[in-house]
Write a protein that binds this ligand. Sequence first.
Ligand SMILES: NC(=O)c1ccc[n+]([C@@H]2O[C@H](COP(=O)([O-])OP(=O)(O)OC[C@H]3O[C@@H](n4cnc5c(N)ncnc54)[C@H](OP(=O)(O)O)[C@@H]3O)[C@@H](O)[C@H]2O)c1
Length: 313
Amino acid sequence: MNSKPTVLITGITGTLGSKIATAILDKGEMNVKGLVRSSSTSHNNKQQQLDDLKAKGVVFVEGDLSDQSSLNNACEGIEVIVSAVKGSQSKKTGLYREDIVLSGQLNLLEAAITKGVKRFVPSDYSVDYFKIDLGNNHNLNFRILFAEALKQSGLGHTFILNGAFTEVQFSMFGKLFDFKAGTFSYWGDGEQPCDFTTYDDTAKYTAEAIADPQMLNSALKVAGDVLTMKQLLATYEEVTGKKLVEKCLGTVEDLEAWIAKTKQIASSPFNYLPEQYHWAIVSGKAKLDKLDNSRYHHIKPTSIKQFISQGDF
Ligand SMILES: NC(=O)c1ccc[n+]([C@@H]2O[C@H](COP(=O)([O-])OP(=O)(O)OC[C@H]3O[C@@H](n4cnc5c(N)ncnc54)[C@H](OP(=O)(O)O)[C@@H]3O)[C@@H](O)[C@H]2O)c1
């Protein structure tokens, strides 16, 4: 490798991690090393993704967030860590694994401190979870706890907050659009502005933030677009010329009651997690207050209108 600083990306085989690797290499100021689990290379599509990244200049090191010695090895000579890991649902129990974002990243933090890493970007890429409470969202709980540990460690850090991924809001997980049934469903009055950003734009902003001294020990807040639920539906109808039946499922308070009731009978947090994310955006509780988009004005993020025009909806 050359004299440029090296970034270690964990989660590089994931949707966002691979895009962040490409965005950092496109910027041209840093080398990229990717941590991969040995199990990843057995998937044909992941192997292809790794081959493509290798061709762009990424160097790989084998490791796992649950294997401390592999993390110590991976952090050797690293200036910045960008984590883009995500916990998955256990195939055995069906339960959500909390060990990746919290204890896995705590292992990585320990290795980072031992090896003198200068900055750690945790796997956030979310709504502003600093504004909500522990217990409000199963997945964001782990981010709240890890962010606290990261701040207390004294290691340099940057949090990336981008609201909801646009792609996810148009997917089944988002539960807004049901294209088969021809419906658009949401809770709340439909008037609360919500933050949406694509994976690609989040990756580009991340690549900028890690090279920006002013973003050290700070949170970067960006959004590709800010629309209310009613505006989101109107934009969809305007761009596609299709009509959807608008379904308001209840007030924000009704949603809170629905989550509390479902929690008591749920076999997995997945039974209410999409609604917990929906609550965070339609209640306005985790809204990004002041956007930093203008810091990197050369990035022209994808608006909702552009996203719908480019897709097949
Ligand atoms: N704001 C939003 O709307 C929104 C929506 C979705 C996701 N997100 C967040 O965005 C981030 C990236 O999500 P994504 O969808 O890109 O994730 P993804 O595609 O599921 O990728 C997850 C990555 O984590 C890696 N990983 C899992 N366990 C690991 C371990 N023990 N050791 C090392 N690596 C491990 C996986 O490696 P393998 O290939 O080995 O499995 C994979 O590379 C996450 O923080 C996620 O919560 C935000």
